[in-house]
Write a protein that binds this ligand. Structure first.
Ligand code: UD1
Length: 420
């Protein structure tokens, strides 16, 4: 397995361009299942998760043509509405095919995702929402077997805020008969981007970005062209890296408005942050100040930024209390950061991080995508060499990571498996 070798201690300085958002691209790729006409997407990031989704859709008979500029998906018919365990187990977002398949084909067979490095992550909200719309879903041999004549609109009050749950139901409702109301819906910008794409395809959706989404079903959806929004988590990751290393960066092609909670925390940590419509500049002099935070659904502080801010806290002045409220077991990176010399105490879903003056490079291993990002930031700060194992986790969600970090002056190289 490839590794990333980082020689730390240099501030990040320079300018890079932000890629399209993974978490917007994944549901939008699935939206192609809803129409017999071609869906053309731009700004789709070149990521492992995107390739996995393309493969999954390809297995169902979709044609997926990718070039660096555009991705064209076309599903005149769907041969086999099945998402196999082999692919679903590698990427939980595969469950996003369930709603569209059911709406288009009247049936779907989708593997249950099973365990996950960051906690249980059930899909009960997806299932009960679709059942409220008239679907019958049986669990047999690890698969959800879903059937429905034509889904019908329903009022669905989600028990908790779920991003992919909201997206699945929104896609299903787009082709259902009558009106669907999703209450306690996720408000993430990626939900809004999916709604924009569906609307361009002819769907009737109001309220995306608010807790109540109203969808009036239509008989068929058409083709469309859509540009995927920039990745706010990638943006936040580079900002946190620049802040932790005492650097100065300019990120272009970003959406500062989607990053309010992150930018507030970076300012609280002592960074100077300036934004324009689509760029963000950050400068940090000296050590950051410790900032406490609590993850929450959007517009709260993103759980996908928690590990990166823990890295920032490890070298801050003072003590940060970091509380994770979205996922259980999302502190695996803390134990690895301790190997770099961080002073972190875990108490249930809270991490108490006492900042230290310096970290020391070591070999570390990551269990999930954002944990890996946190370790990369810690490695950029640490003295000497840090080797982050399992780079495939980073490849799932960071386009051209080494190139972008190198462009900012970091000393980073990918070591092919077997060479270390
Ligand atoms: C999405 C993001 C992921 C991010 C997460 C939270 C994508 C592809 N992934 O994941 O990067 O970390 O949102 O912002 O967009 N839950 C249930 N039952 C359900 C569904 C969820 O109990 O049916 C729980 C989960 O276990 C978790 C919480 O709800 O505790 C939020 O999860 P959810 O928003 O669904 O995460 P994902 O959509 O999987």
């Amino acid at each position: 397995m490839d590794k990333l070798r980082i020689t730390g201690g240099r501030p990040l300085e320079g300018e890079i361009r932000i890629s399209g958002a993974k978490n917007a691209a994944l549901p939008i790729l699935c939206a192609a299942l809803l129409t017999a006409k071609p869906l053309t997407l731009t700004n789709v990031p070149a990521l492992r998760d995107v390739s996995t989704m393309a493969k999954l859709l390809g297995e169902m008979g979709l044609s997926v043509k990718r070039s660096p500029e555009r991705t064209v998906l076309h599903a005149p018919s769907i041969e086999d509405p099945t998402a196999s365990y082999d692919l679903v187990k590698t990427m939980r977002a595969s469950v996003l095919v369930l709603g569209p398949l059911l709406a288009r084909c009247g049936r779907a067979k989708v593997s249950l995702p099973g365990g996950c490095a960051i906690g249980a992550r059930p899909v009960d909200q997806h299932v009960t929402g679709l059942e409220a719309m008239g679907a019958t879903i049986a669990i047999e041999h690890g698969y959800m077997h879903a059937t429905a004549e034509r889904l019908r609109g329903a009022r669905i009050v989600m028990d908790l805020v779920t991003v992919t749950g909201t997206e699945n139901l929104m896609m299903a409702a787009a082709l259902a008969e009558g009106e669907t109301l999703i209450e306690n819906a996720a408000r993430e910008p990626e939900v809004v981007d999916l709604a924009r794409c569906l609307t361009a395809m002819g769907a009737k959706i109001q309220g995306a970005g608010s807790p109540v989404i109203r969808i009036t079903g239509v008989r068929t959806l058409g083709g469309a062209e859509h540009r995927v929004v920039p990745d706010r988590i990638e943006t936040g990751t580079y900002l946190a890296a620049a802040a932790a290393t005492g650097g100065k960066v300019r990120l272009t092609g970003a959406v500062p408005d989607a990053l309010d909670a992150t930018l507030d925390k970076l300012r609280e940590a002592g960074a100077t942050v300036a934004t324009t419509g689509d760029s963000i500049e950050l400068q940090m002099s000296g050590r950051p100040t410790a900032v406490s935070l609590r993850t929450a659904p959007y517009p709260g502080f993103a759980t996908d930024m928690q590990a990166q801010f823990m890295a920032l806290a490890t070298v801050a002045h003072g003590t940060a209390v970091i509380t994770e409220t979205i996922f259980e077991n999302r502190f695996m990176h803390a134990l690895e950061m301790q190997r770099l010399g961080a002073d972190i105490r875990l108490e249930g879903n809270t991490a108490i991080v006492n900042g230290v003056a310096r970290l020391q490079g070591a070999r570390v291993m990551a269990t999930d995508l954002r944990a890996s990002a946190g370790l990369v930031i810690a490695g950029l700060v640490a003295e000497g060499e840090t080797v982050v194992d399992r780079v495939y986790q980073l490849d799932r969600g960071y386009e051209a990571l080494e190139n972008k970090l190198s462009a900012l002056g970091a000393r980073v190289e990918r070591v092919r498996s077997g060479l270390l």
